[in-house]
Design a binder for this molecule. Structure first.
Ligand code: HEM
Length: 419
């Protein structure tokens, strides 16, 4: 059921090329360290199967911004996302990409994003209260339910549907990015079925209600049920776009929140949390977590025309794999690249050299549409957590086995009593 088998193969090749075993727990714990020796050698590597692994910051940014690298080649994706023969706009080039992204972007205004982020404070406070005083798991107790609530707000999932939607959506997202052996295939298939049925029914109900008498809901699901000219949206397009928002926004936010808590909890004598508590510096903490623990591992492209990269000729059709975590630890760009140092994002001029923007949200035409929302979500959640930080417990952490998004699967913590 995986949409991106050629990419999966190329990633496996890449791991072997770097001398790593992707199934080895040590690799899962810090795969990014394996990447830097490769960068020092050269920033673009041709893998045995012909794909190009792009490790250097400058070359990664170039691929993401250059329209010679895109998604055009049909053979790149045998897309069967949710059994629907449609690509999300993340996997389209202009003009299809521009049209569909534009439709969503119109509803992702700064005002709407601020309103969405306001709810984050309420959700976070409720979750912290619910677990106060208990040993728990930060991922399951906080990061996952919070990220799912935010996405449900974005889509406009009604409160009464949320428990079932959350259960199904979580399985659907995992099913897109996990090796089959890690999943219960039957449960995933059933969740997928219910998930698509949910969108279909909502879209039908919205259409029956007509365009004029809209219920006072403001989720994307409702907004996208009709095209800008008032005609009904194509149901496959709608489901694909909504699942893109879910798959792009859920695991990534879980990864960001849990890595932030792991780093802040590990810093000596609560220094990290002091930075998170201060509205002037929490932003730097979030940027540094994104740089050091970039949730999205690869932003796959193919050469849609003959091109060149770092002196290497790139024939049309070649798979090109920019590795965002490698770019974000490029020693030519970032001092002490493996060290968590939020201060590099504070007054960069005072640090000796200006701090480059990390590429955790990508770059160019496909730059993350949810970047502002992800940032504000993290700022609000950390502000609540900083008042009463969960303490990491001395118990094993586990990491996801996803190829595209990497993050913690469990982070044992003790939830303090509320002051
Ligand atoms: C695209 C990262 C959160 C929606 C991307 C891309 C990256 C990324 C790297 C570009 C992929 C590529 O070029 O191949 C992240 C990270 C997040 C995050 C690190 C959180 C920490 C979100 C959220 C949403 C979202 C919360 C929405 C609710 C999207 C969409 C795209 C995208 C729609 C596709 C944009 C396009 O193709 O034009 N994201 N994302 N993301 N992201 Fe995010």
């Amino acid at each position: 059921a995986h949409a991106d088998e050629p990419i999966r193969l190329a990633v496996g090749e890449l791991a072997r090329f770097l001398g790593a075993d992707v199934d080895d727990p040590a690799f899962l714990t810090d795969p990014h360290r394996c990447l830097t020796p490769g960068i020092r050698e050269k920033s673009v590597h041709r893998l045995p199967g012909g794909a190009l692994a792009v490790l250097g910051y400058t070359a990664c940014a170039e691929v993401l911004r250059d329209t010679r690298f895109g998604h055009g080649a049909r053979e790149l994706y045998e897309t069967t996302l949710l059994g629907l023969p449609a690509r999300s706009f993340l996997q389209l080039d202009a003009p299809g990409h521009t049209r569909l992204r534009g439709q969503v972007a119109r509803h992702f205004t700064a005002r709407r994003v601020r309103a969405l982020a306001e709810n984050v404070g309420y959700y976070s406070t409720a979750l912290v209260r619910e677990h106060a005083g208990r040993p728990g798991d930060f991922v399951a107790d906080f990061a996952e339910p919070l990220a799912m609530s935010v996405i449900s707000d974005v889509l406009g999932v009604p409160p009464e549907d949320r428990p079932a939607f959350h259960r199904d959506a979580r399985l659907v997202v995992r099913g897109l990015d996990q090796p089959a052996r890690a999943m219960d295939e039957r449960a995933v298939a059933q969740a997928r079925f219910r998930f698509v049925r949910f969108f279909r029914r909502r879209a039908q109900a919205r259409r029956q209600a007509g365009t004029r008498h809209r219920a006072p809901r403001d989720g994307l699901l409702d907004a996208l049920s009709h095209r800008p000219d008032g005609s009904p949206a194509d149901i496959r397009e709608l489901v694909t776009t909504c699942s893109l928002l879910l798959s792009a926004g859920y695991d990534t936010t879980v990864s960001l929140l849990s890595h932030a808590v792991a780093e802040l909890g590990g810093a000596p004598s609560g220094q990290g949390w002091a930075l998170a508590r201060d509205p002037q510096t929490v932003g730097a903490v979030v940027e540094e977590v994104l740089r050091l623990h970039s949730p999205v591992q690869i932003a796959p492209r193919a050469a849609v025309r003959d091109a060149a990269l770092d002196g290497l000729p790139v024939a049309r059709g070649t798979i090109v794999l920019p590795l965002l975590p490698a770019a974000n630890r490029d020693p030519d760009i970032f001092d002490s690249p493996h060290t968590f140092r939020p201060r590099r994002y504070l007054a960069p001029a005072a640090q000796g050299r200006s701090t480059a923007r990390h590429l955790a949200f990508g770059a160019g035409a496909h730059f993350c549409l949810g970047a502002a929302l992800a940032r504000l979500t993290a700022h609000s959640a950390l502000a609540v957590l900083a008042a009463c930080p969960p303490r990491p417990r001395d118990a094993p952490r586990t990491y996801s086995e996803g190829v595209v998004v990497r993050g913690l699967r469990s982070l044992p913590v003790t939830w303090p009593h509320r002051p």
